[in-house]
Design a protein around this ligand. Structure first.
Ligand SMILES: NC(=O)c1ccc[n+]([C@@H]2O[C@H](COP(=O)([O-])OP(=O)(O)OC[C@H]3O[C@@H](n4cnc5c(N)ncnc54)[C@H](O)[C@@H]3O)[C@@H](O)[C@H]2O)c1
Length: 448
C-alpha cells in the first residue's frame, strides 16, 4: 500500500521503516532538511536497536524514501500518517501547532481521496480539529475531495521501538466509520498474523487511551518511588517490598522499579497534558498532579542523598562525581527530561565537577549541554573514575550492572556509590569497602 508519513522522529521513522520492511511503499516527509539529507545518505539520526540496518535496507530497496517535498508526499499516500511532535505548551497542554500545520499542508495538496491517520499523541478532540483544518484548505481551493481522519495512537517504547512496532501488543484504531478501519487492518495485516491485535473504538476513546496508558505507567513509577521514600525512612528495603508485591499477578513485575524519576519525551508531557485536558473539562486531576509532584521531587532525590552523605551542599565544592548514564533510560540516546539533567545542574550549581559517560547519549549530551568547564564527557565508564571521589549511577545500562567493586573502592577518593537505579547489592558493595546509597534501601533491616 502507498503510505506517506509526516515526521521522521522516533515514531515516524520507526513506523516508516517497519511498514517498508513488510513491503509497503513509504514516503517520509520532514521539514528538517538536514535530517532528510542525512537519511538519504544513510545517516540515521537516532539510536534505536535494529533501526539503522532496517532503514538502510529498505531505502536501498526503494520502498522507503525521504523528502522535504510535502506535495509529493501527499500525492504518494493513499494513507497519510501524522507523526510529528506534540510538545507541552506553557500551561502543560499539548501544543498542536505541528499537527495542525501538517493538516493544513495535506489540505493544500490533496488531489485524491485519502485516509489521514493521526499517530501523534493528542488530546481528545484533535481529530475533529485536523478534519476542520483540512476541510478549510480544501474549501479555500474550491475543491471537494473525500477524506477520513482516524486516530491510531502509537505505543512503541524507545529502546525497543522496532521490536514493539514489528510485534505490537495492540493496534488501537479510533474511527467513526467502518471503511477506514478495514483499510488500516489491511495495512497492519503483516503485524497481526498469529492473533488479532486490533482494538477498534470511537475516535475520542482512542485519543484518550494513549494518555491513559502513559499516565498509568507513570503512576506505577511514582507510586513505587513514594513507597521507596517511606522504606528509606522506616528502615525497610524497597527491593524486598518490590519482590513481595510484584509476585501478585494483579500488580505484576512491570514498572514497579524505584529510581531517579521518570523522564523522556512522553511520560512527563503526557501526564501534564492529560491533567490539562481534565481541568479544561472541569475535572480536578488529583492523582495525575500527585504523580507529577512525586516525580519532580524524585528527580532531586539522588542529590539529596549526596548532600546528606557529605553533610551539606557546601561540602560538594571541588568534589568530582563520576556519572554513569545520561539517557533517560537504557538503549536510547534520548535525553529529553532525563533525570541526569537535574542532577548535573544541581552538582554543578554546588561547585562540584562531573565526569560523565553514556554508551549512546554522549553526542546528544554535547548538543544539549554544550561545553562547560566543570563537566567532562568521557568515552568510557572507566574513564569517569579517574580523579573521581564518588560514583553516581543514573541510567541502568546493562554494561553498568557488574562493575569490579574492589577497583571502584581503590579509585574513588571518597569510596562511595550512589545507585539511582538499585543495580547493586548493598552488602556486596559494602564488603568491597565502599559506602552504598540506593533508592529506598533502609539500612536497619539489611543489618539484620
Ligand atoms: N518517542 C516516543 O517514544 C513516542 C511513543 C509514542 C508516541 N509518541 C508521540 O508521537 C509523536 C511524535 O513523537 P517523536 O518522539 O517521534 O517526535 P520527534 O520530535 O522525535 O519527531 C518529530 C518530527 O516531526 C518533524 N516535523 C515537525 N513539523 C513537521 C511538519 N510540519 N511536517 C513534517 N515533519 C514535521 C520534526 O522535524 C521531527 O523530525 C508525539 O506526539 C509523541 O508524543 C512518541
Amino acid at each position: 500500500m502507498r503510505v506517506c508519513i509526516f515526521g521522521t522522529g522516533y515514531v515516524g521513522l520507526v513506523t516508516g521503516a517497519c511498514l517498508a520492511e513488510v513491503g509497503h511503499d513509504v514516503a517520509c516527509v520532514d521539514v528538517d532538511a538536514a535530517k532528510i539529507e542525512g537519511l538519504n545518505r544513510g545517516l540515521v539520526p537516532i539510536y534505536e536497536p535494529g533501526l539503522g540496518a532496517m532503514v538502510k535496507a529498505n531505502h536501498a530497496a526503494g520502498r522507503l524514501r525521504f523528502s522535504t517535498d510535502a506535495a509529493a508526499g501527499v500525492a504518494h499516500g493513499d494513507i497519510i500518517f501524522i507523526a510529528v511532535g506534540t510538545p507541552p505548551d506553557e500551561d502543560g497542554s499539548a501544543d498542536l501547532r505541528y499537527v495542525l500545520a501538517v493538516a493544513r499542508t495535506i489540505g493544500q495538496h490533496l488531489r485524491a481521496p485519502a485516509l489521514i491517520v493521526n499517530k501523534s499523541t493528542v488530546p481528545v478532540g484533535t481529530a475533529s480539529k485536523v478534519e476542520a483544518a483540512i476541510a478549510d484548505e480544501l474549501a479555500a481551493r474550491g475543491v471537494d475531495i473525500a477524506f477520513d481522519v482516524v486516530s491510531n495512537p502509537e505505543f512503541l517504547k524507545e529502546g525497543a521501538a522496532v521490536e514493539d512496532c514489528m510485534r505490537p501488543d495492540r493496534i488501537v484504531i479510533g474511527a467513526d466509520r467502518a471503511a477506514p478501519v478495514a483499510t488500516l487492518k489491511r495495512l497492519y495485516a503483516p503485524f497481526n498474523r498469529n492473533h488479532d491485535r486490533i482494538v477498534s473504538m470511537d475516535v475520542k476513546s482512542a485519543e484518550l487511551t494513549k494518555y491513559a496508558a502513559n499516565a498509568m505507567l507513570a503512576t506505577k513509577i511514582s507510586f513505587m518511588n513514594e513507597i521507596a521514600n517511606i522504606a528509606e525512612h522506616v528502615g525497610a528495603d524497597v527491593e524486598q517490598v518490590r519482590k513481595g508485591i510484584g509476585s501478585d499477578p494483579r500488580i505484576g513485575w512491570h514498572f514497579i522499579y524505584p529510581g531517579a524519576g521518570y523522564g523522556g519525551s512522553c511520560f512527563p508531557k503526557d501526564v501534564r497534558a492529560l491533567a490539562s485536558v481534565a481541568r479544561q473539562h472541569g475535572v480536578t486531576p488529583r492523582l495525575l498532579q500527585a504523580v507529577e509532584d512525586v516525580n519532580d521531587a524524585q528527580k532531586g532525590h539522588l542529590f539529596d542523598l549526596i548532600v546528606r552523605h557529605y553533610g551539606g551542599a557546601t561540602h560538594l565544592r571541588d568534589k568530582t562525581f563520576a556519572i554513569w548514564g545520561l539517557a533517560f533510560k537504557p538503549n536510547t540516546d534520548d535525553m529529553r527530561e532525563a533525570s541526569s539533567l537535574r542532577l548535573l545542574q544541581q552538582l554543578l550549581d554546588a561547585g562540584a565537577r562531573v565526569r560523565a559517560f553514556d554508551p549512546e547519549a554522549l553526542h546528544e549530551a554535547r548538543r544539549v549541554l554544550g561545553t562547560l568547564d566543570a563537566l567532562t564527557l568521557c568515552n568510557s565508564a572507566d574513564a569517569t573514575l579517574e580523579d573521581a571521589d564518588a560514583l553516581v549511577v543514573v541510567t541502568e545500562w546493562k554494561q553498568f550492572r557488574s562493575p569490579v567493586f574492589a577497583k571502584l573502592a581503590s579509585m574513588l577518593g571518597d569510596a562511595v556509590i550512589f545507585d539511582g537505579r538499585n543495580l547493586y547489592e548493598p552488602d556486596e558493595v559494602e564488603a568491597a569497602g565502599l559506602a552504598y546509597f540506593g533508592i529506598g534501601r533502609g539500612r536497619s533491616v539489611r543489618a539484620l
